[in-house]
Design a protein around this ligand. Structure first.
Ligand code: ACO
Length: 323
């Protein structure tokens, strides 16, 4: 059985780190409110002229270095983003050019905050069917560009950044002892559009638009829908939640993450949290969290890692990886 084994991980954050206190100087909010409701303490904001492809390229280079691969070894680039540099071409092809790659395929995936899990699942299918050998899966966002900075109910929640993994098709035994992506599930339900969307786009208003969200509704749905897909994903391989070494959820809100982990019986010590430092970086949040936990020595080769995300669409998904 072909498996998609993680060979490297990397990330990149813009230099400018903005604390809650700094935001409170221009917006009617407070560090106390933001920390209490979300767990967020700071976020990084891209510099003027710094684009999603710039962040993605830096994250990809770091992932390639950690894998010990030359860029030319990559024959598939999937960039998950809702904040592309341009309407077209895909940000992925810009990243491809930045990396000096001229072979293989590159394209973007749009599933908002679930984008990385979608991108990973797509790449996994390419690798397991032999359509590609080595893939870069990147989550990269500059959400600061689509925020309404006069709307305190949304602008304090998001940040910019990028993360990437390198996957390689590798022969396994077909058992859960194999390294690689062992299971993945994707879902969507377009009926929930009005609860989380951007009020613009090339075919509707002709302008980029701003993020709009009914936070309370999103919160309720997130806590309600996510546990089921995690159960289903583990059931696919017949594993109990006790077998999970690390839970790496999309980093939107510490309260959502804590409520989900508690429902599943996962102790806080197994949950990777970066929302305090990065805020919600949409498709970038999971690979950013993975990179943090690999670099500080928590996630090690052979560990069982469970990813989960939920975002605009609605979209949601989960993936189980033996690291
Ligand atoms: N600072 C101070 N006060 C604020 C702020 C702020 N930044 N924002 C809102 N408030 C006020 C509100 O105006 C409201 O005041 P009122 O009671 O006088 O009307 C009060 O705080 C409470 O507001 P609620 O919206 O009820 O606060 P809640 O406890 O629901 O928390 C939050 C809001 C943090 C947005 C929460 O609902 C949440 O995290 N939801 C999930 C959001 C999420 O995860 N989104 C990402 C999805 S992923 C993607 O695809 C992008």
């Amino acid at each position: 059985t072909l498996r998609s084994v993680v060979r490297g991980v990397g990330s990149y954050l813009p230099e400018n780190c903005v604390s809650n206190e700094e935001l409170a100087r221009t917006i009617d909010t407070s560090d106390e409110w933001i920390v209490q409701r979300t767990g967020i303490r700071a976020r990084h904001i891209a510099a003027e002229g710094e684009t999603t492809s710039d962040l993605a390229t830096r994250a990809a280079q770091a992932a390639l270095t950690s894998a010990g691969f030359d860029a030319e070894a990559i024959d598939l680039i999937v960039v998950a983003t809702s904040t592309p540099d341009n309407t077209f071409p895909a940000t992925a092809t810009t990243v491809q050019a930045n990396l000096g790659i001229t072979g293989g395929a590159a394209f973007d995936v749009q599933a908002v905050c679930t984008g990385f899990v979608y991108g990973l699942t797509i790449a996994d299918n390419f690798l397991r069917t032999g359509s590609a050998k080595r893939a870069l899966v990147i989550g990269a966002e500059t959400f600061s560009r689509i925020l309404d900075w006069t709307d305190r109910t949304t602008c304090v929640l998001f940040g910019d950044g990028a993360g990437a993994v390198v996957l390689e098709a590798t022969m396994g035994q077909g058992s859960i002892q194999d390294r690689g992506v062992l299971a993945a599930r994707l879902r969507s339900d377009g009926r929930h559009k009005s609860k989380l969307y951007v009020d613009g786009g090339p075919s509707s208003t002709g302008q980029v638009g701003h993020l709009r969200m009914d936070g309370r509704e999103v919160f309720k749905l997130a806590v309600g829908m996510v546990p089921q897909i995690l159960h289903d994903t583990l059931q696919d391989v017949g594993l109990p939640f006790e077998a999970i070494d690390w839970f790496v959820p999309h980093q939107a809100n510490q309260r959502i993450i804590a409520a989900t982990a508690e429902k599943l019986g996962l102790p806080p010590s197994k949950v990777v949290l970066t929302v305090d430092r990065h805020a919600n970086t949409s498709a970038a949040s999971i690979p950013l969290a993975l990179d943090a936990a690999v670099r500080d020595g928590r996630i090690k080769t052979g560990d069982m890692v469970l990813l989960e995300a939920m975002g605009g669409g609605f979209t949601w998904g989960a993936a189980l990886i033996r690291w």
